[in-house]
Ligand binder design. Structure first.
Ligand code: HEM
Length: 405
């Protein structure tokens, strides 16, 4: 393929299975690439992506995009709108800083360690539900785990968990860029019902606080009216959007990468603390994103000599940046011992919006991997993984694993 004939399309069949040839082309020939279909510039170089994440000349707020279209006005959609407008993902910098200061302690490494045993329990339950057989689909085992861990953090009562999972499913499905207007309206209804239920929980926790995340944050709200109810709802929505699919797909790739490198799987089995390195290296080697989180230029600027006008959108291709040979030695090798592994953490973001749930994701990765290895110490790959189309992520729907020889 010549530089001229190359056209980037994350939805080309096969790209979700192996995006590396396209990444290589972008890295070598077009590190700042105008993607016409998505009306956005794509960044591929590690250095550019890291600088972009910290650059105050970019805004995460959708309304700062010149292509912004307000969501449809629907009766009953007020809570979804309030949550989105007040979400940590998109509020103005001063509000963002205030919210982060309030919520950061609740996501500290220590606080997140408390989720470890529950995650192990959820994993054991998922494993116990597997049908009998020598080969299992490991991709399905982890399906609900990240969302149910978020549910635990919020102390969603057991009987309400199915409704919470449904709400979260609607909320994440809303992100899809290919929805029909009817499907969007249907999902917005489901999300509205979900936010109403969360509001009910907030009211209950006001009367009867516990030691869960909502109670802690409500306490802040009452202490100095510094965290409003829409901000609380926005945070719940942001956790669902940012913390469920990301973790789910990363867990699946971590299993795939280790199964494809059995000598490293063996090392993780004999030295469980290596599970965290495995997760970070998987995020780098098989990054889950088809596209990264977009941001919009607040002023005219240039990157590598390419002009970007105010209101134009830039998307970091974290998967490409993860294979940048200027940042990573032997970028196409999976190696949980790589000396530059610390750099892979850029996949959790950088700058003010750096992932709030990074410690939570790592605790989950470690707990799930160790629990599966305890149950299936001899597991091995039984066939090729299968992928399904998706708007943002590389979705592995089938990971056939032989669990008994
Ligand atoms: C492997 C799993 C995960 C990955 C790869 C990931 C990645 C990211 C990235 C790249 C960002 C944006 C950073 C930026 O724009 O600079 C982000 C933000 C965020 N993440 Fe995660 N994340 C993961 C898991 C989680 C989990 C488990 C939670 C649960 C609470 C979570 C909650 C958030 C939130 C709330 C934000 C927005 C922070 C802000 O805007 O200030 N993430 N994450």
């Amino acid at each position: 393929m010549t530089a001229e004939s190359f056209s980037f399309n994350p939805y080309t069949p096969g790209h979700n299975v192996d995006p590396v040839p396209a990444y290589r082309h972008l890295l070598e020939h077009a590190p700042v690439y105008w993607w016409a279909r998505g009306q956005a510039f794509l960044l591929s170089k590690y250095q550019d992506v890291v600088a972009f994440m910290k650059d105050p000349r970019f805004s995460r707020a959708p309304r700062d995009s010149r292509n912004y279209q307000p969501p449809p006005e629907l009766p009953g959609n007020e809570l979804q709108r309030a949550a989105s407008d007040n979400s940590i993902l998109s509020v103005a910098p001063a509000d963002h800083l205030r919210i982060r200061r309030l919520v950061n302690p609740a996501f500290s490494p220590r606080a997140m360690e408390r989720l470890s045993e529950h995650t192990r329990q959820l994993t054991r339950e998922a494993l116990a539900r597997l049908p009998d057989g020598d080969v299992v689909n490991l991709a399905a085992v982890v399906n609900d785990i990240p969302l149910r861990v978020i549910g635990r953090l919020l102390a969603i009562p057991g009987p309400l968990e199915p409704a919470f999972l449904e709400f979260a499913g609607c909320r994440t499905a809303l992100l899809s860029p290919t929805l029909t207007p009817e499907a969007r309206i249907e999902l917005l209804r489901g999300v509205g019902v979900g936010y109403e239920a969360v509001r009910g929980l907030i009211a209950e926790r006001r009367k009867q606080p516990g030691d869960d995340l909502l109670s802690v944050l409500i306490h802040h709200e009452e202490q100095g009216a510094r965290l409003t109810e829409p901000e609380l709802l926005g945070l719940v929505g942001a956790m669902i959007v940012a913390g469920s699919d990301t973790t789910l797909h990363t867990l699946r790739f971590m299993f795939l990468d280790l199964l494809q490198h059995p000598e490293q799987l063996l090392r993780v089995r004999s030295s469980p603390p290596l599970a965290r390195a495995a997760m970070d290296e998987s995020l780098r080697f098989n990054n889950l994103n088809l596209l990264g989180n977009p941001a919009h230029a607040l002023e005219d600027l240039t990157i590598r000599g390419v002009n970007i006008e105010r209101g134009q959108t830039v998307i970091p291709l974290t998967g490409a940046a993860s294979r940048d040979p200027e940042a990573f030695e032997r970028p196409d090798e999976f190696d949980i011992d790589r000396p530059d592994l610390a750099r892979a953490a850029f996949n959790f973001g950088g700058g003010p919006h750096v992932c709030l749930g990074v410690h939570m994701a790592r605790v989950e990765g470690e707990a799930v991997l160790q629990t599966v290895l305890e149950r299936f110490p001899e597991m091995s790959l039984a066939g090729d993984p299968q992928f399904a189309p998706h708007g943002y992520f590389r979705v592995m729907c089938d990971l056939p694993v032989r669990v008994r020889s």
